[in-house]
Design a protein around this ligand. Structure first.
Ligand code: SF4
Length: 313
């Protein structure tokens, strides 16, 4: 359901890290061929529409109808493409435009299951659908580690980040049974240690005492024009928050809930660990400055929204 689900189009260009082949690391005389990391962007043309089957959704503002996990969406065609891709938001499926599998769908379809379609074997389908959230979490970790490796200010953490990236990339190549048995929480916890160190290094070099709003309940908060440079907003609840023209440069936004947050005119240059899902779920405009490696959501241009903030809490 990333950017509208299995649209069948070619993968869009990505300006961030692309790990498409073996990379050499280390110094001269210490050559080490690293594990190729998978693509971290959905390639729906190489996926069997897994997110459109595996995931459940509930009739709401984001989905026009209920769907159980494991049940193919009624709009999913026999070619694994979405029949309403071009009009998802107009037809009440904005949730499909927010979801991002980080490329887990094609990894499962083409690598784990070697290009075998779930439609040909019910048992295989169950394993594929169960594997999607696991693979997605691994790819998400790779996304964060890629961001860490791009942070010059966190150079002292790079060896640990590279080692973690190697490990997680290797896990994405596990067979189906091993993948389903994986302790993903433990893998997340190990990676999180690296991310925390990188974040602290980068943010405290930029701002002496950055604001700490980690996990804060900021639902609907009025923060127009706020100075949130290098702030710790990990896991913060920013649903519907008014962040117009806010300065979020180098803020750590990992896990922050930005659903319907108003980012018009906000500056997220260098903001840490931002994902496509977060941007897709927020509101923004042509003035919003987004971190490198991310694309401006298409709906920002066509849905500027009223110039009003949600009520403060
Ligand atoms: S509407 Fe259905 S087929 Fe289309 S992207 Fe959403 S879940 Fe997939």
């Amino acid at each position: 359901m990333d950017a509208g689900g299995p649209d069948g189009g070619p993968p869009a260009s990505w300006h961030g890290h692309r790990h498409t082949g073996a990379r050499r690391t280390g110094t001269a005389g210490e050559h080490h061929v690293s594990t190729p990391a998978p693509e971290l962007r959905a390639d729906c043309g190489n996926c069997f529409g897994l997110c459109c089957v595996a995931l459940a959704f509930t009739r709401s503002a984001d989905f026009a109808r209920d769907k159980k996990a494991g049940e193919p969406c009624g709009h999913l065609g026999g070619d694994h493409r979405c029949g309403i891709h071009a009009t998802l938001r107009d037809e009440g499926y904005s949730g499909c435009t927010v979801y991002d599998c980080f490329g887990a769908g094609q990894q499962l379809s083409q690598v784990t299951f070697a290009g075998q379609d779930w439609r040909d074997a019910p048992d295989r389908g169950q394993a594929m659908f169960a594997g999607l959230p696991v693979m997605r979490q691994l790819h998400e970790l790779l996304w964060y580690l890629g961001g860490t490796l791009a942070l010059h200010a966190a150079a002292e953490v790079h060896p640990a980040a590279e080692a973690a990236r190697e490990r997680v990339a290797g896990l994405t190549r596990l067979g189906a049974a091993d993948l389903l048995a994986l302790d993903v929480a433990a893998e997340r916890a190990a990676v999180n240690e690296v991310l925390l160190r990188a974040s602290a290094l980068a943010r405290t070099q930029a701002v002496r005492r950055p604001r700490n709003r980690r996990g804060a309940d900021l639902i609907g908060a009025r923060m127009k024009g706020a100075d949130l440079r290098a702030a710790d907003l990990r896991g913060a609840y920013l649903i519907g928050a008014d962040l117009r023209d806010a300065d979020l440069r180098l803020a750590d936004l990992i896990g922050a809930d930005l659903r319907d947050a108003d980012l018009r005119g906000a500056d997220l240059t260098g903001a840490l660990f931002v994902t496509r899902t977060q941007l897709n779920a927020a509101r923004g405009d042509v003035r919003t400055r987004i971190p490198a490696g991310l694309d401006r959501p298409a709906h920002w241009a066509r849905r500027p929204g009223p110039d009003t903030a949600k009520a403060p809490r």
